[in-house]
Design a binder for this molecule. Structure first.
Ligand code: 13P
Length: 249
Protein backbone atom coordinates (compact mmCIF):
# COMPACT_ATOMS: atom_id res chain seq x y z
CA UNK A 1 0.00 0.00 0.00
CA UNK A 2 1.17 3.51 -0.78
CA UNK A 3 1.49 5.75 2.27
CA UNK A 4 -0.46 8.95 1.62
CA UNK A 5 1.54 12.20 1.54
CA UNK A 6 0.43 15.72 2.40
CA UNK A 7 3.16 18.01 1.08
CA UNK A 8 3.42 21.77 1.53
CA UNK A 9 5.46 23.95 -0.80
CA UNK A 10 6.06 27.30 0.86
CA UNK A 11 7.68 28.72 -2.32
CA UNK A 12 9.40 32.08 -1.57
CA UNK A 13 7.55 32.63 1.69
CA UNK A 14 8.59 32.40 5.30
CA UNK A 15 11.19 33.59 7.78
CA UNK A 16 12.37 32.21 11.11
CA UNK A 17 9.15 33.54 12.66
CA UNK A 18 7.23 31.05 10.50
CA UNK A 19 8.49 28.21 12.69
CA UNK A 20 5.46 28.89 14.88
CA UNK A 21 3.39 27.33 12.08
CA UNK A 22 5.53 24.19 12.29
CA UNK A 23 5.11 24.09 16.07
CA UNK A 24 1.35 24.45 15.63
CA UNK A 25 1.26 21.71 12.99
CA UNK A 26 3.18 19.32 15.25
CA UNK A 27 0.84 20.09 18.10
CA UNK A 28 -2.23 19.36 15.96
CA UNK A 29 -0.72 16.25 14.32
CA UNK A 30 1.78 14.61 16.71
CA UNK A 31 1.25 11.20 15.11
CA UNK A 32 -0.26 11.65 11.63
CA UNK A 33 -1.65 8.64 9.79
CA UNK A 34 -0.16 9.97 6.54
CA UNK A 35 3.30 11.35 5.71
CA UNK A 36 3.49 15.11 6.18
CA UNK A 37 6.13 17.17 4.39
CA UNK A 38 6.90 20.87 4.36
CA UNK A 39 9.32 22.33 1.79
CA UNK A 40 10.31 25.77 3.08
CA UNK A 41 12.71 28.13 1.30
CA UNK A 42 16.30 26.87 1.50
CA UNK A 43 17.13 29.46 4.17
CA UNK A 44 14.77 27.66 6.57
CA UNK A 45 15.57 23.99 5.91
CA UNK A 46 18.02 23.64 8.80
CA UNK A 47 15.85 25.63 11.20
CA UNK A 48 12.80 23.59 10.29
CA UNK A 49 14.62 20.28 10.68
CA UNK A 50 15.86 21.46 14.11
CA UNK A 51 12.36 22.58 15.12
CA UNK A 52 10.91 19.22 14.11
CA UNK A 53 13.62 17.14 15.78
CA UNK A 54 12.18 13.64 16.28
CA UNK A 55 8.72 14.83 15.21
CA UNK A 56 6.81 13.17 12.40
CA UNK A 57 6.89 16.04 9.88
CA UNK A 58 9.48 15.76 7.13
CA UNK A 59 11.52 18.65 5.71
CA UNK A 60 12.21 19.14 2.01
CA UNK A 61 13.93 21.47 -0.43
CA UNK A 62 12.19 23.16 -3.37
CA UNK A 63 14.96 22.62 -5.92
CA UNK A 64 18.55 21.38 -6.13
CA UNK A 65 21.48 21.64 -8.51
CA UNK A 66 22.45 18.61 -10.58
CA UNK A 67 26.07 18.71 -9.35
CA UNK A 68 27.27 17.81 -5.87
CA UNK A 69 29.42 20.92 -5.44
CA UNK A 70 31.36 23.44 -7.48
CA UNK A 71 31.39 26.91 -8.99
CA UNK A 72 27.62 27.53 -9.18
CA UNK A 73 26.99 30.76 -7.32
CA UNK A 74 23.66 30.85 -5.57
CA UNK A 75 22.85 27.19 -6.13
CA UNK A 76 22.34 24.43 -3.59
CA UNK A 77 23.10 20.74 -4.08
CA UNK A 78 20.99 17.79 -3.02
CA UNK A 79 23.79 16.74 -0.65
CA UNK A 80 23.65 20.16 1.02
CA UNK A 81 19.88 19.84 1.51
CA UNK A 82 20.36 16.40 3.03
CA UNK A 83 23.13 17.76 5.25
CA UNK A 84 20.77 20.53 6.43
CA UNK A 85 18.17 17.96 7.45
CA UNK A 86 15.99 17.56 4.34
CA UNK A 87 14.73 14.13 3.35
CA UNK A 88 12.76 15.22 0.27
CA UNK A 89 13.24 17.67 -2.60
CA UNK A 90 10.87 19.02 -5.25
CA UNK A 91 12.30 19.23 -8.77
CA UNK A 92 10.74 20.51 -11.97
CA UNK A 93 8.07 22.71 -10.42
CA UNK A 94 6.41 24.74 -13.19
CA UNK A 95 7.66 27.95 -11.57
CA UNK A 96 11.25 26.64 -11.95
CA UNK A 97 10.53 25.49 -15.50
CA UNK A 98 9.12 28.95 -16.37
CA UNK A 99 11.24 31.34 -14.28
CA UNK A 100 14.55 29.52 -14.82
CA UNK A 101 14.01 27.91 -18.20
CA UNK A 102 14.49 24.43 -16.77
CA UNK A 103 14.15 21.68 -19.35
CA UNK A 104 13.02 18.09 -18.79
CA UNK A 105 16.65 17.05 -19.18
CA UNK A 106 17.79 19.54 -16.48
CA UNK A 107 15.12 18.13 -14.19
CA UNK A 108 16.16 14.55 -14.85
CA UNK A 109 19.76 15.41 -13.88
CA UNK A 110 18.56 17.15 -10.71
CA UNK A 111 16.39 14.15 -9.84
CA UNK A 112 19.32 11.77 -10.40
CA UNK A 113 21.45 13.85 -8.09
CA UNK A 114 18.70 14.01 -5.46
CA UNK A 115 18.20 10.25 -5.54
CA UNK A 116 21.96 9.70 -5.23
CA UNK A 117 21.93 11.96 -2.16
CA UNK A 118 19.27 9.77 -0.58
CA UNK A 119 16.44 12.28 -0.96
CA UNK A 120 12.90 11.33 -1.93
CA UNK A 121 12.37 13.29 -5.13
CA UNK A 122 9.08 14.93 -6.03
CA UNK A 123 9.08 15.39 -9.82
CA UNK A 124 6.41 17.84 -11.02
CA UNK A 125 4.55 17.81 -14.30
CA UNK A 126 1.56 19.67 -15.67
CA UNK A 127 0.07 21.34 -18.72
CA UNK A 128 -0.64 25.00 -19.49
CA UNK A 129 -4.11 26.36 -20.10
CA UNK A 130 -3.42 26.46 -23.85
CA UNK A 131 -2.23 22.85 -23.87
CA UNK A 132 -5.38 21.73 -22.02
CA UNK A 133 -7.52 23.70 -24.48
CA UNK A 134 -5.69 22.07 -27.39
CA UNK A 135 -6.46 18.62 -25.96
CA UNK A 136 -2.77 17.83 -25.62
CA UNK A 137 -2.64 17.35 -21.83
CA UNK A 138 -1.80 13.63 -21.88
CA UNK A 139 0.79 14.07 -24.60
CA UNK A 140 2.48 16.85 -22.59
CA UNK A 141 2.43 14.81 -19.38
CA UNK A 142 3.76 11.76 -21.20
CA UNK A 143 6.70 13.73 -22.61
CA UNK A 144 7.50 15.35 -19.27
CA UNK A 145 7.44 12.03 -17.42
CA UNK A 146 9.56 10.20 -19.99
CA UNK A 147 12.23 12.91 -20.07
CA UNK A 148 12.27 14.14 -16.44
CA UNK A 149 12.17 10.91 -14.43
CA UNK A 150 15.51 9.14 -14.16
CA UNK A 151 16.00 5.39 -14.65
CA UNK A 152 17.11 5.17 -11.01
CA UNK A 153 13.58 5.96 -9.78
CA UNK A 154 11.84 3.49 -7.46
CA UNK A 155 8.63 3.42 -5.45
CA UNK A 156 10.60 4.64 -2.43
CA UNK A 157 12.65 7.47 -3.94
CA UNK A 158 10.15 8.96 -6.41
CA UNK A 159 6.92 10.90 -5.96
CA UNK A 160 5.19 12.44 -8.98
CA UNK A 161 3.13 15.62 -8.59
CA UNK A 162 0.57 16.52 -11.24
CA UNK A 163 0.10 20.29 -11.13
CA UNK A 164 -1.86 21.83 -14.00
CA UNK A 165 -0.23 25.24 -14.39
CA UNK A 166 -3.59 26.98 -14.83
CA UNK A 167 -4.74 25.65 -11.45
CA UNK A 168 -1.75 26.91 -9.45
CA UNK A 169 -2.65 29.85 -7.23
CA UNK A 170 -5.75 30.62 -9.30
CA UNK A 171 -8.54 28.99 -7.32
CA UNK A 172 -9.40 27.03 -10.50
CA UNK A 173 -9.39 23.26 -10.05
CA UNK A 174 -9.80 20.61 -12.77
CA UNK A 175 -12.90 18.46 -12.57
CA UNK A 176 -12.50 15.26 -10.58
CA UNK A 177 -12.75 13.36 -13.89
CA UNK A 178 -9.88 15.39 -15.33
CA UNK A 179 -7.73 14.74 -12.26
CA UNK A 180 -8.56 11.02 -12.34
CA UNK A 181 -7.81 10.75 -16.04
CA UNK A 182 -4.32 12.24 -15.65
CA UNK A 183 -3.49 10.28 -12.47
CA UNK A 184 -4.58 6.96 -14.03
CA UNK A 185 -2.52 7.85 -17.09
CA UNK A 186 0.58 8.61 -14.98
CA UNK A 187 0.17 5.33 -13.08
CA UNK A 188 -0.08 3.37 -16.34
CA UNK A 189 3.01 5.12 -17.76
CA UNK A 190 5.06 4.37 -14.64
CA UNK A 191 3.97 0.72 -14.60
CA UNK A 192 4.86 0.37 -18.27
CA UNK A 193 8.30 1.90 -17.87
CA UNK A 194 9.37 0.54 -14.49
CA UNK A 195 7.24 -2.59 -14.22
CA UNK A 196 4.15 -3.05 -12.12
CA UNK A 197 6.01 -3.71 -8.85
CA UNK A 198 7.74 -0.33 -8.99
CA UNK A 199 5.11 1.67 -10.86
CA UNK A 200 2.35 0.74 -8.46
CA UNK A 201 4.34 2.06 -5.44
CA UNK A 202 5.15 5.57 -6.64
CA UNK A 203 2.94 8.10 -4.88
CA UNK A 204 1.04 10.51 -7.12
CA UNK A 205 0.13 13.92 -5.73
CA UNK A 206 -2.34 16.42 -7.12
CA UNK A 207 -1.39 20.10 -6.83
CA UNK A 208 -3.18 23.32 -7.74
CA UNK A 209 -5.55 25.30 -5.48
CA UNK A 210 -6.02 22.47 -2.96
CA UNK A 211 -7.80 23.77 0.16
CA UNK A 212 -9.45 22.19 3.19
CA UNK A 213 -12.81 22.74 1.44
CA UNK A 214 -11.99 20.71 -1.69
CA UNK A 215 -9.47 18.22 -0.27
CA UNK A 216 -12.01 15.48 0.59
CA UNK A 217 -13.33 15.13 -2.94
CA UNK A 218 -9.88 15.33 -4.55
CA UNK A 219 -8.51 12.63 -2.21
CA UNK A 220 -11.36 10.32 -3.21
CA UNK A 221 -10.16 10.29 -6.85
CA UNK A 222 -8.42 7.14 -8.05
CA UNK A 223 -4.62 7.21 -7.92
CA UNK A 224 -4.52 10.44 -5.92
CA UNK A 225 -2.18 9.60 -3.03
CA UNK A 226 -2.03 13.08 -1.56
CA UNK A 227 -1.47 16.69 -2.47
CA UNK A 228 1.27 19.23 -3.13
CA UNK A 229 -0.10 22.40 -1.59
CA UNK A 230 1.10 25.97 -2.04
CA UNK A 231 -0.90 28.79 -0.46
CA UNK A 232 -2.91 26.62 1.92
CA UNK A 233 0.28 25.11 3.41
CA UNK A 234 1.51 28.42 4.82
CA UNK A 235 -0.85 28.45 7.79
CA UNK A 236 -1.05 25.45 10.11
CA UNK A 237 -4.82 25.95 10.48
CA UNK A 238 -5.38 25.49 6.73
CA UNK A 239 -2.83 22.75 6.15
CA UNK A 240 -4.15 20.85 9.14
CA UNK A 241 -7.56 20.58 7.46
CA UNK A 242 -5.90 19.06 4.40
CA UNK A 243 -3.90 16.59 6.52
CA UNK A 244 -7.07 15.53 8.32
CA UNK A 245 -8.89 15.07 5.00
CA UNK A 246 -6.05 12.84 3.77
CA UNK A 247 -5.97 10.83 6.99
CA UNK A 248 -9.70 10.16 6.60
CA UNK A 249 -9.58 9.35 2.88
P1 13P B 1 -1.38 26.51 -4.77
O1 13P B 1 -1.82 25.44 -3.79
O2 13P B 1 -1.12 27.83 -4.12
O3 13P B 1 -2.30 26.59 -5.95
O4 13P B 1 0.05 26.04 -5.35
C1 13P B 1 0.21 24.76 -5.83
C2 13P B 1 1.66 24.53 -6.05
O5 13P B 1 2.25 25.08 -6.95
C3 13P B 1 2.34 23.62 -5.12
O6 13P B 1 3.61 23.28 -5.58
Amino acid sequence: MRKKLAAGNWKMNGTLGSMIEIDALMEKHPDPKCDVLICPPATLVAAMAATIGDGAIKTGGQDCHAQTSGAHTGDISAQMLADAGASYVIVGHSERRQDHNESDSDIRHKAESAISAGLVTVVCCGETDAEREANSTLEIISGQLAASIPDTATGENLVVAYEPIWAIGTGKVPTLEQIGEVHDFIRAKLEKRFGQDVGCCVRLLYGGSVKPSNADEIFAVSNVDGALVGGASLKAADFSGIITALENS
